[in-house]
Design a protein around this ligand. Structure first.
Ligand code: HEC
Ligand code: HEC
Ligand code: HEC
Ligand code: HEC
Ligand code: HEC
Ligand code: HEC
Ligand code: HEC
Length: 312
């Protein structure tokens, strides 16, 4: 009891400390750019009409301030990457043409980021179907926003969070008709129909990443980046639903998850050679169902004995 109180207090202090520290984008109201770029509407002084005006912001230009202040680039200011000439509004039209740094421009060949293997990722990405079809038009930023990227697989200790974060990257395009068409020039195949051979689709998409089936498992990278053509996608159930599941070498390999696997929460899929539906029972529910069974039995006995007595 006492212990828990101290821990709670410690967490509160830590939380306040971190909150105060991560103020770079936190206080959106006071940030020059975010006054406009974190809201649905923006106001500016129209110097031609000589008065203030309020207009709608393009939804694709609204940034999520919570995600900004959690991201790997949170120490950056906007104008570290964008031209400082954005400081005035209306923005000059030629600013649109300004080339922006890519991940490799900053991270390539930098020893302090060696554990991420940026160059190897780039190599793998260039083999992927996206790069093969679209070339340089499909770059790292199509999946990774430089504003909000956060290395989830190596930091989170929750499989569902890792899966959710990763799949949202793919779905941000594969589930967005406009964005998909902008990139490909053709209509978006419906994901639900494409995967209609997979039972419990929703459950699968919550529990496994798209890349589990759409890339080869690689030991040398934390996250495989070579998205294969659809003909090479994984369809065999036993690849995952077996004792030596490929998930051990991919999704479940992260050290940050190892502790969790000991408590059994991620080993359920791996437990049985031939997968049986409903195989993973929850102990509490099992006890509850036995209890309910006996209570019902006692109920029936009491009820029928009353009826027997009444008849007499
Ligand atoms: C007064 C509101 C306002 C402020 C302040 C503002 N912007 Fe913008 N920004 C906009 C609007 C509106 C657009 C949409 C295009 C346009 O109207 O020029 C935009 C567009 C952009 C774009 C996209 C350009 C393109 O078309 O690709 C970038 C990048 C950008 N702003 C960066 C910034 C940065 C960085 C700052 C701060 C230094 C900033 N903005 C401050 C209103 C603002
Ligand atoms: C680490 C570098 C980096 C920082 C810091 C950064 N941006 Fe960006 N921003 C980019 C890149 C790269 C793109 C182009 C994305 C693409 O190609 O799809 C971009 C695009 C944009 C766009 C166009 C819409 C979009 O998302 O494509 C706006 C608006 C924008 N940035 C505003 C801002 C504002 C406001 C800030 C500060 C809060 C900021 N950026 C900080 C790198 C950065
Ligand atoms: C303008 C240069 C620049 C660009 C462009 C850029 N980064 Fe970074 N990135 C940095 C710097 C500097 C840091 C270290 C920030 C810090 O000190 O916390 C960093 C941090 C990171 C980290 C955390 C590293 C760690 O120490 O744990 C990751 C992951 C990362 N970036 C990925 C990316 C990805 C992916 C892209 C492309 C989508 C990208 N970066 C684009 C400069 C950049
Ligand atoms: C098709 C989408 C896609 C593209 C394109 C892509 N990535 Fe990734 N990347 C991902 C996903 C999904 C993850 C896993 C996210 C997580 O959990 O951290 C990831 C993770 C990463 C990581 C973290 C790996 C680690 O060891 O923790 C880095 C660094 C990275 N990508 C860099 C890049 C670079 C550089 C490029 C361009 C050459 C690129 N990515 C292109 C989807 C993509
Ligand atoms: C920015 C948009 C975008 C993002 C993000 C994206 N994709 Fe794609 N993807 C496309 C487009 C466009 C095509 C179709 C290319 C073509 O054939 O014209 C495609 C094709 C594919 C294909 C089919 C390849 C084939 O043989 O036809 C697979 C599989 C795929 N993507 C998986 C993924 C996965 C997994 C992710 C996340 C890690 C992802 N995509 C992220 C746009 C995207
Ligand atoms: C259990 C494995 C599995 C998972 C998980 C999975 N896919 Fe697939 N996917 C496949 C297979 C197999 C095909 C090939 C289907 C066919 O050709 O009939 C495919 C096809 C596709 C295609 C090609 C569509 C077309 O016909 O052009 C895209 C795009 C795609 N998947 C994206 C995704 C995305 C995005 C996710 C995550 C939300 C995902 N997949 C999750 C196995 C999977
Ligand atoms: C990429 C790995 C992967 C592949 C391939 C895969 N599954 Fe799964 N499947 C999972 C995971 C992970 C779960 C979630 C397990 C859990 O809830 O504990 C799951 C859950 C299920 C469930 C629900 C289990 C329950 O108790 O509710 C069924 C049924 C199922 N899979 C059948 C299949 C069939 C049939 C195939 C082949 C057509 C298949 N799976 C292919 C990983 C996979």
């Amino acid at each position: 009891m006492n212990n828990r109180f101290i821990r709670l207090f410690f967490l509160l202090v830590l939380g306040t400390f971190l909150h105060a520290n991560a103020q770079s984008y936190q206080n959106a109201q006071h940030h020059q750019c975010l006054k406009c770029h974190s809201n649905q509407t923006y106001s500016f002084f129209n110097s031609v009409k000589g008065k203030d005006e309020k207009r709608m912001m393009n939804p694709y230009f609204i940034l999520d301030t919570v995600a900004l202040s959690a991201a790997v680039h949170k120490p950056f200011d906007c104008t570290d990457c964008h031209s400082s000439e954005y400081g005035t509004y209306p923005h000059q039209s030629n600013l649109k043409l300004e080339p922006l740094s890519t991940c490799l421009d900053c991270h390539g060949g930098d020893a302090s980021f060696a554990s991420y293997h940026f160059e190897r990722i780039d190599e793998e990405f260039r083999k992927s179907i996206h790069f093969q079809v679209s070339g340089e038009n499909f770059n790292c930023s199509k999946c990774h926003s430089q504003h909000t990227y956060f290395a989830t697989a190596r930091t989170s200790n929750n499989v569902l969070d890792i899966v959710d974060y990763s799949n949202k990257m793919c779905l941000s395009c594969h589930n967005d008709m406009k964005k998909y068409k902008m990139v490909s020039g053709h209509e978006n195949p419906k994901l639900v129909q494409v995967h209609d051979w997979l039972p419990n689709q929703e459950l699968h998409f919550k529990n496994v990443r798209c890349i589990e089936c759409h890339t080869e498992v690689l030991d040398s990278l934390k996250v495989s980046h070579n998205i294969l053509p659809k003909s090479k996608a994984l369809r065999k159930c036993v690849e995952c639903h077996s004792a030596d599941s490929r998930l051990k070498a991919s999704l479940y390999k992260y050290q940050n998850l190892q502790k969790r696997s000991e408590d059994g929460s991620i080993t359920m899929v791996l437990a049985n050679e031939s997968y049986v539906i409903g195989s993973h029972q929850i102990p509490h529910l099992k006890i509850a169902s036995i209890l309910i069974f006996f209570l019902t039995l006692i109920g029936i006995i009491i009820h029928s004995s009353f009826r027997i007595f009444k008849k007499k």
